[in-house]
Unconditional design. Sequence first.
Length: 116
Amino acid sequence: MEIYQFRKDVGKKNTKLDSDFILSRVAQTQSLSQIVCMYLKENGKIGYHQAVVPQLFLVVNGEGVVRGNSEEEIKVNSGDAVFWNKREWHETKTKTGLTAIVIECEALDISSLIAL
C-alpha cells in the first residue's frame, strides 16, 4: 500500500491560455479503466479483500483508516490518495463518513502523484 496526496497545496498553478487554476495530477491510463465514486456512511466499511487490478482510492470528503496486507491502520483525509497493487489485500473504515473516487485499471500510471 502506498499513500499519496492530491490536495490543492501540492498542485501546480496554471496560467496558460488566460487561465488561473491549480492542477493536481492523479493518474494516466493506457487501457480500459473503471472510475467510480464510493460513499461510506457513518461507521461504514469496505471489507478486507484483494484488489482485482491496481486501484487508486482518492479521498474527496471525510476521513477514515485504510490498511493493506498488514494489520496497521493508516489515517486518511480529504486530499489523500491510497494505491493498492493488483492482488493486494486491503480494507477501508470510517467512523464519520467518507467519499472517495476509485480508479481501477490494469495499466494505471500514478507516477505524477506526490508521495506522503
